[in-house]
Design a protein around this ligand. Sequence first.
Ligand SMILES: Cc1cc2nc3c(=O)[nH]c(=O)nc-3n(C[C@H](O)[C@H](O)[C@H](O)COP(=O)(O)OP(=O)(O)OC[C@H]3O[C@@H](n4cnc5c(N)ncnc54)[C@H](O)[C@@H]3O)c2cc1C
Length: 297
Amino acid sequence: MIDAVIIGGGPAGLSAALVLGRAKREVVLFDEDQPRNQVTAHSHGFITQDGVSPATFKETALGDLKKYPRIQVENQRVTSVKKGGSFFIVEAEGKTVKARKVLLATGLTDGLPDVKDVHSFYGKSLFPCPFCDGWELRDQPLLVLAESDHAYMFTKIISNWSKDLVLATNGKNLLTAEQEKELTSRGIRVMDEKIDSLIGEKGKLKSIRFETGVELERVGGFVTSQLQQASSLADQIGCKKNEQGGYEVDESSQSSVEGVYVAGDMTMNQAQQIVLAAANGSMAASRMVAALAFEDF
Ligand SMILES: Cc1cc2nc3c(=O)[nH]c(=O)nc-3n(C[C@H](O)[C@H](O)[C@H](O)COP(=O)(O)OP(=O)(O)OC[C@H]3O[C@@H](n4cnc5c(N)ncnc54)[C@H](O)[C@@H]3O)c2cc1C
């Protein structure tokens, strides 16, 4: 039986593997390699890695892990996690592993608004997070495409990067009269009409067209997405969900199931950024090492 299985090789799982490997623990990292940011060419905001491609980030991380002989990386999807007494049985396509602890770091997926062609712009000129891509779009005519209750706050935050904003709610009428007045008094156009289409080429947005026929030039922008869990493994093993749709964890990153830890975006306890996911994975792994050390003492 090995010490730990990590499921998910994004920044959270990779950072956790580094901590466990450097603690001389035997660990298998299973990764299906479908990270949330695979649609984008550059990843920003992680000091020393600002602007690298997600693929380069991962390649560098896997290179770091190679230095530690007790870390094994398997490019496989895990299909089931079961408790087998005091240990866990993790089944992937083609491999079964018994482990003392499990870390789930399977990430999230983005449910985008139902707007024609939105997927072809996502990650290229439309992004989820201004902290990640606001600098690249700064001071330009931007679209805020928001179908959720966050529309108002999201627009106010984005005004940090550009004052030339159009908020499109795609027929949702999400703002109170007071909120709308506040935005329009600052030159932000609020469009509650249904969107006909997004227009542009090779992922670069040029304009947005509404069903009324109005077309407004926009070079890019931000979009709110409905975040969903990328995997149901945590549900399968009985981890309790929190109010945000993530998973409950204690101060050790341990879920409601003893021995199962959860890290990264899938906790939904923090903003979704690489540096935070990595820190979260690193912290969870150090707590796993401590738990293993105390059991072995
Ligand atoms: C368009 C876009 C742009 C972004 N840009 C930035 C940016 O510039 N800077 C920034 O800080 N953040 C950015 N983010 C956010 C960032 O991608 C996430 O916060 C980060 O990837 C979360 O890391 P994670 O390890 O929790 O999950 P992920 O990176 O999503 O990794 C999860 C991994 O688990 C694997 N997995 C899932 N289920 C299984 C299973 N059953 N078996 C095996 N493996 C499995 C997945 O395939 C994936 O490889 C962006 C997100 C998007 C959508």
